[in-house]
Design a protein around this ligand. Structure first.
Ligand code: RM4
Ligand code: MN
Length: 384
């Protein structure tokens, strides 16, 4: 299967918040050995890379991952063989943001939210990160609560100030979400709104597609194709959903959807590092073990990419030209139904990696050592 050479150089960015405790509004389950600070989160994240060779970057969340000395955290990451990836801003956990952040009717609160993003740009300068990821909680619960149009104008102005404060090697990644935490209207509900703001800002502004942020039944691969056409697909936040923004393991609910997404990526070569698409995870592991959960996730993305690389591009193009509906569909399904597991295990072995990274993690004793050593202090939680 020489097509798997297309995997060379492909990487996935893991989120620091996947390793801390998380749960629902009903219960947060804890386990011994959970990381207590950004240093320990990076150590956990580095296990995923050590065993899969696929995940050499870690996204941070500000203020959850604030440290006193960024060069020290960076040195810690270097030692572990990972780098700091996207910096995620947070304008959803402060009383001031009850009526929104960058769209808030109060200019003083907009100022506070803009300044927070400038602080994130400074963190990027100190950590060597190039991506500022913005997800806004802004929205309305009631019709008439605020001017829909006025909020867009404020958003455009606020984003302009953040964009202008960023450096030439910085990218602004603008995420959308169709509902939550507000339910009547969200200020960036869809890819079209995100794209319009990005186009107005300039070429360093691109869209983040979080796979959990769509209405049921949405054809996500269409959105992927359209953003790629415009050169504005900056990043993915991968996860799986059944009902809402469930943040489950990518490829667990619907591996076929993940394959269809990766097929659109492969069709234009966007899996290659030079495409600039940042393949990130945005997940939480509420009931399963976290490091194995992350390993499973990156392996699921790798498997979907491997299958997408197997699509016979000439055969599918010929069938499409000939109007052979079922023939074209069959070419796609042949790739999806190929069992790539042993080919991927062989490839890992050839690169000096364990054939089964989850098993290797369980045999490594890392979890037991962490549980024995990480006593005292407070475990990190999603949201803290
Ligand atoms: C949002 C969105 C963002 C994430 C926050 C915590 O729903 O997915 O990417 O940072 O949640
Ligand atoms: Mn997200």
């Amino acid at each position: 299967m020489t097509d798997l050479d297309g995997l060379d150089g492909f990487t996935i960015e893991v989120p620091s918040w996947a390793y801390g405790n998380s749960g629902t509004r009903f219960k947060v389950f804890t386990r011994p050995g959970g990381p207590r600070n950004p240093y320990e989160k990076l150590s956990d994240a580095a296990q995923v890379n050590r065993l899969t060779g696929l995940a050499d970057r870690v996204s941070l969340h500000i203020p959850w991952d604030l440290v006193d000395d960024w060069s020290d955290l960076k040195a810690h990451a270097d030692k572990l063989g990972v780098r700091i990836g996207a910096i995620n801003s947070n304008v959803f956990q402060d009383d001031d943001y009850r009526l929104g952040s960058l769209c808030n009717p109060d200019p003083a609160i907009r100022r506070k939210a803009i300044d927070h993003h400038k602080q994130c740009l400074d963190v990027m300068r100190q950590t060597g990160s190039t991506d500022l990821k913005i997800w806004l909680p802004d929205g309305l619960n009631y019709a008439g609560q605020d001017s829909l149009r006025g909020r867009q104008e404020r958003l455009a102005e606020s984003l302009r100030e953040i964009y202008d404060a960023s450096d030439d090697d910085h990218r602004i990644l603008l995420e959308y979400k169709f509902f939550e935490p507000y339910f009547y209207a969200t200020d960036i509900p869809d890819w079209g709104t995100s794209l319009l703001h990005c186009l107005a800002l300039g070429e360093r502004a691109t869209v983040v597609l979080d796979t959990g942020h769509h209405a049921p039944g949405t054809n996500i691969e269409f959105i992927v194709m359209q953003l790629l056409r415009q050169g504005r697909l900056g990043a993915f936040d991968f996860n799986s959903r059944y009902y809402a923004d469930d943040d489950l393991i990518v490829g667990s609910a619907d591996p076929f959807q993940l394959f269809r997404i990766m097929s659109e990526i492969v069709a234009v070569g966007a899996h290659r590092p030079e495409s600039g698409v940042n393949f990130m995870l945005d997940q939480c592991h509420n009931i399963e073990e976290k490091i194995p959960g992350q390993i499973r996730s990156v392996l699921n993305v790798e498997a979907a990419l491997a299958k997408a690389l197997l699509v016979d591009q000439e055969a599918i193009a010929a069938a499409q030209r000939a109007g052979d509906v079922l023939g074209a569909h069959q070419v796609l399904m042949d790739a999806f139904e190929t069992d790539v597991r042993s080919a991927l295990a062989d490839r890992r072995e050839a690169r000096g990696l364990p054939r089964d990274p989850v098993k290797a993690f369980q045999a490594s004793g890392y979890a037991e050592t962490a549980a024995a050593q990480r006593v005292g202090g407070t475990q990190a939680s999603w949201g803290a």
